[in-house]
Design a protein around this ligand. Structure first.
Ligand code: NDP
Length: 398
């Protein structure tokens, strides 16, 4: 059906490549390109089907444009880092290639998660007859599609949204992050913002928490309110939302380590002079922490990520909770990765499939909840992330 170029050979890139390569009838030709060729080759060596690999620096727009012009793929799947989103979008426009990603653009020097930079490309993509699909991972990604599904099939109007991301997995290290450490630490140490009565309200990081019991015996966890990028697009596209919040589980051990690292300045993104060389503390920290890709064989337990929505149906108040549970060890057995990269990589492959098959194909820049959710959710059941809806669940969130 179509040729794709995947950019980024990290934890998520590995899963996407496995999943894409397993559907030769959809993705007829696959090229995995990243900054370090050896990482692409290591992933390619795990596959049953041969794919091509290439070395590319996605910050270099002319080089990336020339590469895409030579390869002529239908679509670029961007699973490099958020810093590369705009350069890859520019190269896609130059080469006439569709684009998708799993995380919104973030400038290197400010930890700011905002869609404004990518939304500004709307007209350019529309005029070029190209599509850019933003945020097709799990959160953002599946959580946006869950919200769209509940709004479409269970409610006349949605009023509150709580996205709850629980990772009940244990990798056995005193401290490690499940995806790129720099991006992860920037995200969790940022001030919290949640949506309330038409505006974002800012509170200190990790200042609100509660206990949440996951379904199907996954367990009870402390969840902390934090800002997550899908809140921006979901509150824009669902203006009936009076409140929208994002919660993530953290262990006391993780938070104690993080606080200590913050207190000594190790999470800072401000470059410092060290022995006559400029280094950024958070990048140095990343270099000494375990590589997220190495957590796969050691992680046991499950993730449970879902959306709890309240609103109105047929004039009466209603609540519904849509969730997926994913097992770290099963993910590793299937694609040699823990569940965090797996739950990102599978929706990423499905978003690409929706575009390649033409189910979702519309020139312009779109957040994933702007597409019809039905075919995507059917594919989540088929490709490893089955989901369940509980209507009027018994738990209440604050
Ligand atoms: P990793 O750090 O494991 O991998 C990133 C990859 O991108 C590496 O292979 C890296 O190369 C490559 N890369 C970095 N800079 C460049 C560049 N300039 N040119 C080419 N390649 C480059 O990250 P993850 O796999 O954990 O995350 C990938 C993306 O997925 C991130 O944007 C992250 O925010 C997003 N994500 C989204 C989630 C969601 O649910 N929506 C959840 C988790 C992650 P090298 O090996 O040389 O460093």
């Amino acid at each position: 059906m179509a040729k794709v170029v995947i950019i980024g050979a990290g934890g998520v890139g590995g899963v996407v490549t496995h999943k894409v390569a397993s559907l030769p009838e959809v993705f007829t030709d696959v090229v995995l390109a990243s900054r370090t060729l050896a990482k692409c080759d290591a992933i390619a060596a795990q596959l049953e089907r041969p794919i091509r690999t290439a070395q590319i620096d996605a910050d270099d727009v002319p080089a990336l444009t020339a590469f895409l012009q030579a390869e002529q793929p239908y679509l670029v799947i961007n699973v490099a880092l958020p810093y590369q989103d705009l350069t890859i979008m520019d190269a896609c426009l130059n080469a006439g290639v569709h684009y998708m990603d799993t995380a919104n653009y973030e400038p290197l020097d400010t930890a700011k998660f905002e869609y404004k930079w990518q939304w500004a490309y709307q007209e350019k993509f529309e005029k070029a007859g190209l599509m850019a699909l933003l945020g097709s991972g799990f959160d953002p990604g599946a959580t946006n599609v869950f919200t769209a599904h509940l709004a479409k099939h269970y409610f006349d109007e949605i009023h509150t949204l709580d996205i709850i991301d629980v990772n009940g997995g244990d990798h056995g290290y005193p401290f490690a992050t499940n995806f790129n450490p720099e991006i992860n630490i920037r995200e969790v140490s940022a001030e919290c913002r949640h949506w309330e009565d038409g505006a974002f309200v800012t509170t200190p990081a990790m200042s609100s928490n509660q206990s949440f019991t996951c379904p199907e015996g996954v367990g009870t966890y402390d969840i902390y309110r934090m800002y997550h990028e899908e809140l921006e697009s979901l509150t824009k596209h669902y203006p009936t939302l009076k409140r929208a919040q994002f919660w993530m589980s953290f262990s006391e051990k993780y938070l104690t380590h993080l606080k200590c690292l913050e207190n000594v300045g190790m999470t800072s993104i401000e470059p410092i002079d060290f022995n006559g060389q400029q280094i950024t503390p958070i990048q140095f920290l990343q270099a000494v922490l375990p590589d997220p890709a190495s957590l796969g064989p050691r992680t046991r337990g499950k993730t449970c990520i879902g959306c709890y929505v309240t609103g109105i149906k047929d004039g009466k108040p209603k609540t519904a909770y849509l969730y997926n549970i994913c097992d770290h060890e099963s993910c590793y057995a299937e694609v040699k990765s823990q569940a965090i990269s797996y739950t990102t990589g599978v929706p990423c492959m499905i978003g690409a499939k929706m575009m390649v098959e033409g189910t979702w194909m519309k020139p312009g820049v779109w957040n994933i909840e702007q597409m019809d959710p039905d075919a995507f959710l059917a594919d989540m059941n088929r490709y490893g992330l089955p989901w369940t809806v509980i209507e009027d669940p018994e738990f209440n969130l604050k």
